[in-house]
Ligand binder design. Structure first.
Ligand code: TXA
Ligand code: MG
Length: 307
């Protein structure tokens, strides 16, 4: 495979592109993001065009440091302060009431903004030198599997991204946990890299189930989908039975080690597609720790698409 002409490790180049109103794919500890200056509406609009993402789906604003949160919020709810203090930098996004200057194109016109401080040395360096906020969704085409390597981004977005900052494979592999801190009690809208149990412990049990229709777009029933049909198995034994019934099926079972399962999940789904596999049989992990996020993504990958 020939290397993408705009793929490299130059922070300088990434900063130039951002200053010019362009798009940079950035490595984070969860998945790669497709970033633009969060205060530049034209740049942010390019993200929606590149991804093919509906305009009313809000974007997460990425910051270098937890201390910057207050500048993007009209008010920092106590739950957000506790979570930011304990989990940042790290795979957690808090929804807070937006500050007046936060763009409608970033929040989808909502009164809240999602903020996160990623834990990846290149992202931290870029954000620190950039100084502002970077609006970034996962750097995949809408509805597809998120990219966990720079090569995944290049394969998905090609020329629609101006520069891809290559930070190697993402160590967590599933997206951030999204907590809506504007409700009382707070709600986990998307399970992710910080286990729900940890959020619950930090908030001393004050956590409600997500309510309301599609609070986050990642909550659509079908999302994170490979081209192959994904069939879920509750146990490795059931998976073996299913394997025997499907001629060219591929088995994904990382239940022995959930950290590795999360890290490798999207790359395995992409590899199955590259190999032309028609069916992926995936073993569901228990609903604990990273298992919440893996179960969520596998269920969405297995859900039928609407068209
Ligand atoms: O780990 C991650 O969170 C990655 C990396 C790149 O940071 N980002 C990511 O972004 O997964 P995205 O856009 O693919 O998923 C973010 C989800 C979307 O479903 C979006 O609708 C929701 O968060 N979201 C963002 N801001 C929101 C807001 N103010 N209110 C409700 N949902 C929001
Ligand atoms: Mg996404």
């Amino acid at each position: 495979m020939t290397q993408h002409p705009r793929l490299g490790t130059s922070i300088e180049r990434a900063l130039e592109v951002l200053a010019d109103g362009g798009l940079v794919a950035i490595p984070t500890e969860t998945v790669y993001g497709l970033a633009a200056d969060a205060l530049d509406p034209e740049a942010v609009n390019k993200i929606f065009a590149a991804k093919g993402r509906p305009a009313d789906h809000p974007l997460i604003v990425h910051l270098a440091k937890a201390e910057q949160l207050a500048a993007w919020a009209s008010e920092v709810p106590p739950s957000a302060a506790v979570l930011a203090d304990a989990c940042w930098p790290g795979p957690l996004t808090v929804l807070v009431p937006r500050a007046p200057h936060v763009l409608d194109v970033v929040t989808g016109g909502r009164p809240t903004v999602g903020i996160r401080v990623p834990a990846h040395p290149l992202a931290t360096e870029l954000l620190t030198r950039f100084g502002g906020g970077l609006a970034a969704p996962s750097a995949n085409r809408f509805g597809r599997v998120s990219p966990t390597t720079a090569e995944h981004v290049a394969a998905d977005l090609g020329d629609d991204v101006d520069y891809i900052l290559d930070g190697g494979p993402c160590p967590v592999g599933v997206e951030s946990t999204i907590v809506d801190c504007t409700t009382s009690p707070a709600q986990v809208l998307r399970p992710g890299g910080v286990p729900t149990e940890q959020v619950e412990a930090l908030l001393q049990g004050a956590l409600a189930a997500a309510s309301g229709p599609s609070r986050a777009a990642g909550m659509l029933a079908s999302h994170y989908a490979p081209r192959a049909r994904v069939v879920l198995a509750d146990t490795p034994i059931v998976a073996q039975e299913l394997l025997a019934q499907h001629a060219d099926a591929v088995l994904i079972d990382g239940t022995a080690d959930l950290v590795t399962y999360a890290r490798d999940l999207y790359a395995l789904l992409r590899a199955a597609d590259r190999a032309g596999t028609s069916t992926v049989i995936a073993v569901m992990p228990p609903a604990a720790g990273l298992g919440h996020a893996i179960r969520d993504r596998l269920s969405k990958a297995a859900a039928p698409t609407d068209g």
